[in-house]
Ligand binder design. Structure first.
Ligand code: KG4
Ligand code: ZN
Length: 337
């Protein structure tokens, strides 16, 4: 059986990266371009939506041109265009959605809308074939979710954060420690030099719940730093980083392992920017050994953070399932999975 190769162009503009990519058969990256705006947001200590939109407008055409050039392909060779329709910043999403619609309309190419988190999960498909049932832990600046998948394209959110996302907690704690934005990598680095000597809470929540909560932990860090300052005591930032990271990782890994055992999954996938965290990777690798039947997949860093290859990979599955978006496709900042 020889089927024709499918080339999908992915477009992602939900937050602060303008990205486009071409993926072959949902598995092979042909071109992958990401224009980051990190530097523009750094001095504000977080992503400024208006600035993000403006950058996307400036970058989108260049990023698309660069992608076609990298792939050495013509738009006429593209079988489908997959674009992030949500969730994310509405003004940012709109730039990608409109670019995708314009291209699809002008060249009569089928259009598919993709959920950003589905994209993060399908980044794994670019590394290894998915084996069902599987469990995905999605941890980023905007998301902390445990997702159970019985088959392609079917997502069941079995746990999510009730307040801050894991990456958001990292960034806020980093700010309290006067570290630059985004703070996650800085805390990760400091944590390796310190000892987890400070007593901080772990939000296990009710028995059997796979939900998360990080705002209590974040407040505990801020209060501990504040109280120490008032008493004239010094807390080593590396010890605080190590203590905070231990608390976050213990809960993330603990709940993931519990859920993987409960749902009897074949694979655990890690996704999102916080998947870069060394403490999380190491602990997850160690604890998965308790479940010898379960395979752990962690994509390379460039596919963990926001990119369009993951959107093209997820879009390919939807395209093959016959899903199509019309020219009425709109950005949906609070789209459900
Ligand atoms: O997936 P991502 O690039 O963007 C969103 O969709 O949010 O994730 C960015 C988040 C930021 O909060 C950043 O601090 C965090 O990922 N992050 C890390 C690490 N590297 C990035 N958090 C902890 N440890 C890291 N090494
Ligand atoms: Zn993301």
């Amino acid at each position: 059986m020889s089927e024709k190769d499918i080339f999908v162009l992915g477009i992602e503009t939900s937050c602060d990266e303008t990205a486009a990519a071409i993926v072959k058969n949902g598995r092979e990256i042909v071109a992958n371009v990401v224009a980051s705006q990190m530097e523009s947001h750094q001095r504000f200590g977080g992503v400024v939506p208006e600035i993000a939109s403006r950058h996307h407008v400036e970058q989108i055409t260049l990023v698309l041109e660069e992608t076609m050039k990298q792939a050495n392909m013509d738009v006429s060779e593209i079988d489908a265009i997959a674009v992030t329709e949500g969730p994310g910043l509405v003004g940012a999403l709109l730039i990608g959605v409109n670019a995708a619609k314009a291209l699809a309309f002008a060249h009569r190419i089928p259009l598919v809308g993709v959920h950003h988190i589905a994209g993060h999960i399908y980044a794994n498909q670019l590394v290894q074939d998915m084996k069902f049932p599987l469990l995905a832990l999605v941890v980023s600046g905007g998301h902390t979710e445990l997702i159970y998948m019985k088959e392609h394209g079917v997502f069941e959110v079995i746990g999510e954060t009730r307040d801050d996302a894991a990456g958001e907690a990292y960034d806020k704690v980093a700010r309290a420690l006067q570290l630059p934005y985004p703070g996650g990598p800085h805390i990760d680095r400091l944590a390796k030099q310190g000892k987890p000597t400070i007593d901080l809470p772990r939000a296990w929540l009710e028995e059997g719940s796979y939900d998360f909560s990080f705002s209590g932990l974040k407040s505990a860090v801020i209060n501990t730093l504040h109280n120490a300052k008032q008493r004239g005591e010094t807390i080593l930032p590396e010890d605080m980083a190590a203590s905070f990271q231990t608390s976050v990782v213990e809960v993330l890994v603990g709940k993931t392992i519990q859920a993987a055992a409960h749902y009897d999954v074949k694979q655990i996938l890690l996704a999102g920017g916080v998947a870069a965290n060394e403490g999380l990777r190491t602990q997850l690798q160690k604890q998965v050994e308790q479940l010898p039947e379960v395979e752990l997949v962690i994509p390379p860093l460039s596919l963990c953070t926001d990119n369009a290859a993951m959107i093209a990979a997820a879009g390919t599955v939807l395209f093959q399932q016959g899903k199509r978006a019309t020219m009425a496709l709109n950005a949906n900042p609070s789209l459900l999975l």
